[in-house]
Design a protein around this ligand. Structure first.
Ligand SMILES: Nc1ncnc2c1ncn2[C@@H]1O[C@H](COP(=O)(O)OP(=O)(O)OP(=O)(O)O)[C@@H](O)[C@H]1O
Ligand SMILES: [Mg+2]
Length: 180
């Protein structure tokens, strides 16, 4: 995977498969302490202790179509190559939190990529799931919460093209604002 946005898509898709109703994606960029962290929190079915251990093994997957599960090991590997570390916490019946920390300016740190597009793909494909996206850049922060958007749109489905367009626009605006 070339970009962090692709990792985020994979990790959030794990959350969807785990039956999550709410998925939080937190990105924290701190250029002063030179850190970039990504946190994905879900309220899905979680994992047993032994599943957590196995999940970091690239040959473990509960999917039946393919026998190699790569999402978590690839992200863990990407953090290590960029002077960072990886953390997986999960509680059966409660949910899962994945944290990936990177050296912000590390030469091997993958670029963020099109994170807004990842968000739109997730919302478009999973209209019954709520997503919160928080992006912090030093002291500035932007937040998008589909639960708030749902309140504004009444009966229109969240994955209606016009609504997705609106979410893309406000997210891009927020994203550009915090980086200025
Ligand atoms: N958020 C989560 N909640 C519950 N179980 C999870 C979660 N994330 C991962 N898992 C478990 O860990 C396994 C490994 O996940 P990983 O993303 O590494 O591989 P995969 O999703 O099976 O395959 P791939 O990502 O390569 O398509 C999953 O099959 C699933 O059983
Ligand atoms: Mg996966």
């Amino acid at each position: 995977m070339l970009e962090l946005a692709a990792h985020i898509l994979d990790i959030a898709e794990n959350s969807v498969r785990a039956g999550a109703e709410l998925i939080e994606i937190n990105i924290n960029e701190d250029t002063i302490d030179d850190l970039l962290s990504i946190e994905i929190i879900d309220d899905g079915q979680g994992m047993k202790q032994e599943e957590i251990k196995k999940a970091l093994d690239p040959f473990y997957t509960t999917k039946t179509v393919r026998r190699i599960g790569l999402g978590l090991p690839l992200l863990a590997d990407a953090t290590q190559r960029a002077g960072g570390h990886f953390n997986l916490e999960s509680q059966e019946g409660k949910g899962t939190t994945v944290q990936a920390h990177f050296g912000h300016s590390h030469i091997d740190r993958q670029p963020l990529g099109d994170i807004i597009n990842t968000l739109i793909i997730l919302i478009a494909g999973n209209p019954d799931v709520d997503f919160v996206y928080k992006h912090k850049y030093n002291s500035r922060q932007f937040k998008m919460d589909t639960r708030n958007i749902r309140k504004e749109i009444d009966d229109i489905p969240i994955n209606h093209p016009e609504i997705l367009k609106y979410i893309r626009e406000v997210s891009e605006e927020g994203f550009n604002d915090i980086k200025q």
